[in-house]
Design a protein around this ligand. Sequence first.
Ligand code: AMP
Ligand code: ZN
Length: 681
Amino acid sequence: MKSFPENIENVKKRVEKLRREIEYHNYRYYTLNDPVITDYEYDMLLKELIDLEKKYPQFASKTSPTQRIGAKILDSFQSVRHPFFMYSLDNAYSMNEILEYDRKIRRILNTSNDSNLEYVCELKIDGLSIRLRYEKGELALAATRGDGRVGEDVTENVKTIRTIPLILQKPVDVDVRGEIYMPYEEFKRLNSVRQQQELPLFANPRNAAAGTLRQLDTTEVAKRHLDSFIYSLEFPERHDVKTQWEALNYMHELGFKVNRESKLVHDFEEMKDYFDRYEKLRDSLSYPIDGVVIKVNDFAIQASLGFTAKSPRWAIAYKFPAEQVRTRITDVTIQVGRTGTLTPVAHLEPVKLAGTTVKRASLHNFDYVKERDIRIGDIVLVEKAGEIIPQVIKPIKSERKGTERPIEIPKSCPVCHGKVGKLDEKDVAIRCLNPYCPAKLEGWIEHFASRKAMDIRGLGNKLVSKLVKKGILKDPGDVYELDVETLSKIEKMGEKSAKNLLDQIERSKKATFSKVINALGIPMVGEGTARLLGERFHDISELLNASEEQLMQIEGIGEKVAKSIVEFFSLPQTKRMIDKLISHGVTCSKESSDLNNPKPLKDLRFVITGTLSRPRDEIKERLVELGAVVTNTVSSKTNYIIVGENPGNKLTKANNLGIKTLDESELEKLISELSSKNLQT
Ligand code: AMP
Ligand code: ZN
């Protein structure tokens, strides 16, 4: 096909065919778990579509499977008014209440206990409610519940969820409701990454799903594999569907992921069996549920029962009891995290909770302990939220004997015996303040090698961990003493990859002076402060000898930061590390920095508007590195405005002021022109 001149009509047909096919295979793979082609074949179809869409942008479509990748940065979420009230459910907490409910319904309907009243039992998925609107079979809107009347438009984020069809199996107009959730496995993965980065953990899969759906960066949403179950069909009469059971089947046929555990039941006994079964099976499911929902099956009967102010009379939710137990705290030890955070951990009298024996539980931080007045020896309530580390909820104060001991903040770091404290008042974490604490070394070297510092690709977390554990890296300066022999001895590292890594390490020596300062990991000095220091000081020895007063003269550096810098440079270990960096030829002055990193965009002012092919921050960072000033608002001083898809008001203003516009390829051209000009002068 490629060798013929492409007939535009044929291209259009091919694009449409590819979209249908890819969506179909997506459905087979994610929703039915039953793929009919290989991953490779799927990737090839997707690649062909991506290429065609690039070449023929006139065929772009908002419901193309290529939209699932994300790659959009949103400014905010628009509010949407729901065309119908998004009800919530009445709750029951015991089987007795369910029995009562069944009796009440029968009373209202005037039917006896043995007459044929059908209910559908469904699992109550523990995620967040979503409304989806399809027009002619194409996804037109995805909205959160909000307060039931007004929610938020989260369409772009929802498109990244593979089990949400972008195109249905039939070209119908339809409104459905369902639940977006995070599977346990993804929840564990996400939290373990966050734990490594010392970001706050999500308490349960529901919070994680909610937090993810509210991300403005759709690429991040695509990375966290959310999933869905659709359980409700709005305006069923438009589809000639008469019962909830038929609705579930109809929605399945349209291509939605519908939960297969639902069951049609006829009396209270059957309902009870269903509850008992899933209360036991709960922990073996791959997704979180917090109960069971029962719904009157027949829509005509539903209509006759109607709604209360908040919820339908034809349905009720039975919530499983919370998984909490009582036990005693026998001791508390302190863990030191990768950035030096001190976390109190409770040791417990072993107790069974949600199918496992629990011996430890998190106490989060010392503020948490103080607020709840938790003491060693206390009987406490322990809860397992989702499937993460159990946590101590509160002490049972009435059980106190008077022998309980308070949990004290340690006077020094349990690992290195260094000073501990808060970095600033707003911080809840108490940290070890010794920059050379062994507990922090891995994290420090990872920071040293990261993109915003020395940018050593190939020196990833796993390798750093091995090198630190084997005692090969004792401070970041040791990175420059690595050789093929040492690296080859490390598990799984062949000679070729060892050489590649050494090339990267060699290249990193030319990093800008500011990035080198950032890489040093001076407490309280982030990327921005490092840049200020890199601009103000000529070389590292000048910085090393700077006094607090000198530092405080720099705008943007206050007393605390200045103190921290002086303290860091006064440590003998710092001097040794810097000597290593100097002796290996790492950029340690402004002069060599400028030589290695020319600034072709020096003094040019840029503004960015619209969606670009890469995250805006990345483009901004690159421009700044090349010497540009990037601002948020257009003024007469602006030299260029970079325009992406769907530009905002900034473009109108720029046009009025006669400012030059650039698209991404024109920007690249400008950079290379100015760079070559720079070399000649
Ligand atoms: P609650 O928020 O606890 O009052 O429970 C009501 C919510 O349960 C609804 O708004 C839905 O988001 C959710 N839910 C989960 N699974 C189902 C289901 N199978 N049928 C109806 N609602 C469900
Ligand atoms: Zn320490």
